[in-house]
Design a protein around this ligand. Structure first.
Ligand code: GRF
Length: 196
């Protein structure tokens, strides 16, 4: 029984990438095979090194070229992609090559506060500015458009009048750590079958 090989794509700190790695660390049926980033100085590389996961940096142009990205994914026998704080759009050719096998986490309740340029702190600032009384996380399949793939899971947290964007970010991160790995696991079971 070959493990399901996962590629994690991340542009920043990689706390979700590490959390997902830790969740599957003792699972013989799932293997985090590669971490791919568009940032050479992303802290996710340091985490990957410490965890013993190969990590590479690819240029924006290579990451936007389906043939190049597919080549790298195949080199690492990739079966499934997890976007964890990855800021670039996945080229259409890769989306087509991995139907229902690419998922992303967004730090807000899509379809609100999503789309190009809506990432990290900007999302939480927009939520507070809009006077929302709740926020949360959205885990969704990736399609040809930013943050528009079908929603797999959402979890909510209250936003209080006194909350700063930083407060909202902390609550949202807590939801990410609580749910993201388990939802990845659920999707793997669904897409690859219980006994893959
Ligand atoms: C997370 O909040 C995620 O929802 C968003 O980017 C952030 C990444 O954080 N897409 P980290 O790099 O996993 O710490």
């Amino acid at each position: 029984m070959l493990p399901i090989h996962i590629a994690i794509l991340a542009s920043g700190s990689g706390s979700n990438a590490e959390n997902i790695y830790t969740y599957f660390a003792r699972r013989p049926d799932v293997k985090i095979n590669i971490v791919i980033s568009n940032k050479i100085d992303a802290f996710v590389h340091k985490r990957a090194e410490r965890l013993g996961i190969p990590s590479i940096t690819m240029s924006k142009s290579s990451l936007s070229d389906a043939a190049i990205l597919l080549g790298v994914l195949r080199e690492y026998q990739t079966d499934f992609l997890v976007l964890a704080g990855f800021l670039l759009k996945i080229p259409d050719g890769v989306v087509k090559a991995f139907p229902n096998r690419i998922i992303n986490i967004h730090p807000a309740l899509l379809p609100k506060f999503g789309g190009k340029g809506m990432y990290g702190g900007k999302v939480h600032e927009a939520v507070v500015e809009a006077g929302e009384n709740e926020s949360g996380i959205t885990i969704h399949y990736v399609n040809e458009n930013y943050d528009e793939g079908s929603i797999i899971f959402q979890a909510k947290c209250p936003v209080l009048k006194k909350d700063t964007p930083g407060d909202v970010a902390s609550k949202v991160h807590a939801l990410e750590y609580q749910y993201f790995p388990a939802i990845v696991d659920q999707v793997l079971q669904k897409e690859f079958g219980k006994n893959n």
